[in-house]
Write a protein that binds this ligand. Structure first.
Ligand code: HEC
Ligand code: HEC
Length: 287
């Protein structure tokens, strides 16, 4: 353990490394994540909206459903999602497996059903062999979801500069980033955005002091701010194009505070230090 571990005293804790899971299940899950046969008409895979090579989401305010119509919510990143206490903007699901199942069967996401998917995958000898190797049987609803869940658990991004600072590296943050973190705490942002995911562990009302973005739903799971510098646009409706704007609006709506340009700049600098690494490369994606 590093000598000056700060994590203990701080309201935010470092992102742990990916758990050690059965690599056969993880590899199978990764393969399924990019497999279009999981959608009703073989047109979309999970990757179509959750781009793992960038930010685990997309850069569009709204992704589109199988009929080309816009989805109601901005796409959440799948990076670090398994560290949230509930899933989806409204926190409707308690288990990540329930969220995965819902992604598969929701008529506006993959629009399929587990039996149909299993039957399609059974036709593919390579995928079938992958299921036998990992589960000792061919594809079925349970192991399809389980493989995707195993993969999702590995989609974590430790190693951000902020985490290195938490772990005792005093040189990891600039003075501006540190000032931003102090503002984040003293203004009260941290009362909602906290814990390992800098969010994702509470339900909160939004627009407490002043209206924010579209008024519904009134209560949301507080979003994680991990990698937030890479995931514009912001808010559940994708209405804030930049991080500066999102921070300014948060001050007004959630804290009744009009932040100065100086404060916003420092807080944004701090938030950008929350960008972690996936498979050794920094998470990217901001256009
Ligand atoms: C058409 C775009 C689209 C596709 C395809 C898609 N998703 Fe999503 N995903 C979304 C949107 C939009 C949300 C936010 C939905 C909400 O909160 O109601 C989301 C949310 C999630 C979340 C929750 C993240 C969190 O922090 O709570 C997970 C996990 C997830 N998707 C996994 C998957 C998996 C696995 C697949 C493939 C089986 C998939 N998604 C396919 C658009 C998509
Ligand atoms: C009372 C709880 C609360 C407080 C205090 C709060 N937030 Fe938030 N924050 C939320 C909620 C809820 C959302 C989701 C709003 C939405 O999508 O409509 C959010 C969204 C955000 C987002 C956009 C995240 C995304 O991925 O779209 C950022 C950035 C953010 N907050 C930063 C801050 C900063 C900086 C402060 C302090 C100035 C702050 N928040 C104070 C609850 C809070």
């Amino acid at each position: 353990m590093p000598p000056a571990l700060r994590g203990m005293d701080e309201p935010i804790t470092p992102m742990p490394p990916a758990p050690a899971l059965d690599p056969r299940k993880v590899q199978l899950g990764e393969r399924l994540f990019g497999d279009r046969r999981l959608s009703r008409d073989d047109s979309k895979s999970c990757l179509s909206c959750h781009d793992i090579s960038t930010n685990g989401a997309s850069t569009r305010p709204h992704d589109v459903d199988l009929d080309g119509a816009e989805l109601p919510f901005n796409t959440l990143t799948v990076f670090n999602a398994t560290h949230n206490f509930r899933f989806g903007w409204e926190g409707k699901y308690r288990e990540v497996g329930a969220d995965v199942t819902s992604s598969l069967v929701n008529p506006r996401i993959m629009g399929s059903d587990l039996n149909t998917i299993a039957n399609k995958l059974k036709q593919d000898p390579v995928v079938r062999a992958g299921f036998f190797a990992a589960y000792g049987r061919g594809p079925d609803g349970d192991n399809i979801v389980d493989a995707l869940v195993n993969y999702e658990k590995t989609l974590v991004t430790p190693g951000s500069r902020f985490d290195r600072w938490l772990e005792g590296d005093g040189t990891a943050l600039s003075s501006e980033e540190l000032e931003g973190y102090h503002q984040f705490k003293s203004l009260g942002c941290v009362s909602c955005h906290q814990g390992v995911n800098v969010g994702g562990n509470l339900f909160q009302r939004r627009g407490i002091f002043h209206p924010l973005a579209s008024p519904d739903p009134a209560i949301l799971r507080v979003p994680s701010l991990r990698n937030v510098g890479t995931t514009p646009p912001y808010f559940h409706d994708g209405s804030a194009p930049t991080l500066e704007e999102a921070v300014r609006k948060m001050g007004v709506s959630q804290l009744n505070a009009t932040l100065t340009d100086h404060q916003i700049k420092a807080i944004v600098a701090f938030l950008r230090s929350l960008t972690g690494e996936y498979r050794g490369a920094q998470v990217g994606g901001e256009p």
